[in-house]
Design a protein around this ligand. Structure first.
Ligand code: ADP
Ligand code: MG
Length: 696
């Protein structure tokens, strides 16, 4: 087997390959675009395209694709071969700068939330040179942004890149106050990906898993996660082989897969990479999710990335570790001298302000039919956004808020022990797993995202909200320097922390008391996607995104539309699947079993008239009662479903699904599950939780 160091990045047109393959002037010019965000020189594109093609062909590639992220959130690709026929019947392999820079997929079949009606149907993809091209299955994949011809973003990547630009600009204004030269500032992301693996055979036997990615029925297994034996437990051999192949594939693609382990729930696992800049990290996460799904089939497995594949045990999340770096400096890392600490406190305060002011948007960014099952279910944070700072940093913030006047940073250092911040903060291991947004020593961990989400949305919001905090600070401070600046900065921090104190919560986020306390503090608690989405189109949100050039009002409205539609479409599919399974699988199976019991009773009675058949009769009664109840709930669901389908207004429809349909779905499920446990195993038409979660 090849050494990992040879394997790593071998399928990526990375900086090393560029340097090797490109003329020096082209290389330098491209690097300026990648590293400094400078516009791409068009002459460079032709040279790069040629070098890329030659490299890709040597690696066995025959096709190229513009790889992009439409509003569905998943990645899309259409493969074009490099082939260019010659008049003599032969063909050459060609790839031009134009083909590298721009593609024209037919935009009409991607979700656009009404943008299609207003604008041209056609869209184009534009090369994102800041995320390396790579080869996947003999296809050269070029990461791209996807826009309409009138410039509206039709994808997840474009607003993310815009938000990164916004935060860079505002962070540099703040850094200038600290005497720093303008520099590259990027946000960083480390995405921990949870997932389940089950056997292909079980998967294929369950219509609910095939259609919706989660079980819509299923009685709890005899053993769940209560023994706490799966988390970090020994990895079963098949899964281990799978993880090895996954690592190899990801390493070839330059994705720094670092940590793998068994997760809390049976059959649940996690992969965490080493963080990268947000844009690259999200591309890598999408690639990881894709590889996870595809490689599972090599081992007779299926990878489930749904947020809640199984009731009664944990679902899957995707922790979004987030920070901001300027060059090599992590701006959320407390420094080693008072001025660095002051800068840290400015950025920390900025985060606290951003998360408080835009808590509803953050909640909205992770809202989905799947994630509604996780948030607030005592396995993931509640639907209420709050920040965990930990005891020590919390004490620093409290001291700042409660203190009186400060004249200089030195005094802060003395009075608050800011000088000693780094020592205790770096070791600040956070034991509170219930917080949605936790400071973990030198970064924040946003724990609300679900496993299947594209992280672009939440990072776009985080970055933009943070850009606003930094802009507010710079607006207030520009023109001040030296001691005057320090004193004003400290006063600003204190006032801002005071104004946003309510978002800080270090206690148990799962407790009922917290929900009550949060309500008293005026924090939002949007329990369902239907409730969470409207804030996207609030004047406050529109003002924020427009001010920083991240999303126009038209783009926001179209995205809101797409999210609403996705939610109701998914629930519609779930309802249809439930009805189909009940009518065509469960009811026939239960009736057949009941008939069998009835026949048994008659046979026993015929053979032995004095036999006591009370137990059999009781079982028969139970089965028949179950059938009645299932039938009743099915009818209620069917009626409600018809009402939902007739609703025109997208928000009204989403509300109806959330409040009227979901509870009926739960009742129908409960009715079926109650009967599952009394029906003979061989009579039950689908694999049980016991079978699916504890496969060999
Ligand atoms: P835990 O399981 O305790 O939450 P892990 O060690 O599994 O933590 O994951 C932490 C993640 O945070 C990793 O992906 C890591 O690369 C990432 N990370 C570390 N530093 C930063 C940073 N400065 N910015 C963004 N992500 C970071
Ligand atoms: Mg984590």
């Amino acid at each position: 087997m090849a050494r990992v160091s040879d394997l790593y990045g071998s399928m990526v047109f990375n900086e090393h390959t560029m340097q090797e393959r490109l003329p020096s002037a082209t290389y330098k010019s491209l690097l300026k675009t990648i590293k400094e965000g400078q516009p791409l020189d068009p002459d460079v594109a032709n040279v790069v395209a040629h070098a890329m093609k030659e490299w890709a062909i040597e690696k066995g590639a025959t096709h190229y694709t513009h790889w992009f992220q439409p509003l569905s959130g998943i990645t899309s690709e259409k493969h074009d071969s490099f082939i260019e026929p010659l008049s003599d019947g032969r063909a050459i392999m060609a790839f031009s700068g134009k083909e590298l820079i721009q593609g024209e997929p037919d935009a009409s079949s991607f979700p656009s939330g009404g943008l299609r009606a207003t604008f041209e149907a056609r869209g184009y993809t534009a090369w994102d040179p800041t995320s390396y091209a790579f080869i996947k299955d003999e296809v050269l994949c070029i990461p791209t942004a996807f826009c309409s011809y009138t410039g509206e973003a039709l994808d997840k990547k474009t607003p993310l890149l815009r938000s990164m630009h916004a935060i860079e600009e505002q962070a540099n204004r703040v850094l200038a106050l600290f005497g720093e030269e303008p520099q590259r500032v990027v946000t960083t992301v480390g995405a921990e990906q949870e997932y389940f693996l089950i056997s292909e055979k079980d998967f294929a036997s369950r219509l609910d898993l095939v259609m919706t990615g989660r079980t819509l029925f299923g009685y709890a297994p005899c053993k769940g996660q209560e023994l706490e034996e799966h988390y970090f437990g020994a990895i079963r051999p098949t899964v281990n082989e799978y993880m090895k192949e996954l690592d190899d594939e990801l390493w070839k693609l330059g994705t720094p897969a670092k940590t793998k382990h068994n997760e809390v729930a049976p059959a649940q696992h996690e992969l965490a990479p080493i963080f990268a800049n947000s844009n690259v990290a999200i591309d890598q996460n999408l690639l990881t999710m894709e590889k996870m799904k595809l490689l599972a089939s090599h081992f007779g497995l299926v990878c489930l990335q749904h947020e809640k594949p199984f009731e009664g045990i944990n679902g899957s999340g995707k922790h979004n570790n987030w920070s901001i770096s300027a060059g090599k400096t992590n701006l959320l890392d407390p420094g080693s001298n008072p001025m660095d600490n002051l800068r840290f406190l400015v950025f920390l305060t900025g985060v606290i302000q951003a998360v408080d002011d835009y808590q509803e948007l953050l909640r909205m960014s992770v809202a989905s039919a799947g994630n509604d099952h996780r948030l607030g279910a005592n396995e993931a944070p509640p639907a209420i956004v709050s920040i965990f700072l930990g005891d020590e940093l919390g004490a620093v913030v409290d001291a700042l808020v409660d203190e009186h006047d400060y004249t200089s940073a030195e005094r802060v250092a003395m009075d608050l022990g800011v000088e000693t911040l780094p020592n205790f903060l770096k070791d600040n291991t956070d034991r509170n797993r219930t917080s949605p947004f936790a400071f973990t020593g030198n970064k924040f961990e946003f724990r609300m995202p679900g496993s299947s989400v594209n992280l672009s949305d939440c990072n776009t919001i985080l970055n933009t909200a943070m850009a606003k905090s930094l802009a507010d600070f710079a607006d207030a401070m520009e023109g001040k320097s030296g001691e005057e600046f320090e004193a004003a900065a400290i006063a600003y921090i204190r006032d801002t922390l005071k104004a946003h104190e309510r978002i800080v919560f270090n206690g148990d986020g799962y407790s009922d008391e917290w929900a009550e306390e949060a309500a008293r503090r005026g924090l939002a608690n949007h329990r369902t996607t239907a409730e969470a989405l409207p804030c996207f189109v609030s004047p406050k949100a529109i003002e924020l995104f427009e001010r920083f050039g991240v999303l126009s009002e038209t783009e926001i409205r179209s995205r809101y539309e797409v999210k609403l539609e996705k939610y109701t479409k998914l629930l519609n599919i779930e309802v249809r699947t439930m009805k189909r399974m009940v009518r065509r699988q469960y009811l026939p199976a239960i009736n057949a079993y009941a008939s069998q019991i009835a026949a048994d009773i008659n046979a026993i009675k015929a053979a032995c008239p004095a036999a006591n058949v009370e137990a059999q009769q009781a079982l028969l009664q139970k089965l028949l009662g179950g059938v009645s109840e299932i039938d009743r709930e099915l009818q209620v669901l069917d009626d409600a479903h018809q009402t939902a389908k007739a609703l025109e207004d997208a928000q009204a429809k989403a509300d109806f699904y959330a409040h009227e349909i979901v509870p009926v779905m739960e009742r129908l499920r409960a009715a079926v599950d109650a009967i599952e446990v009394v029906v003979g195993n061989e009579h039950w038409p689908v694999p049980s939780y016991n079978e699916m979660l504890f496969y060999c």
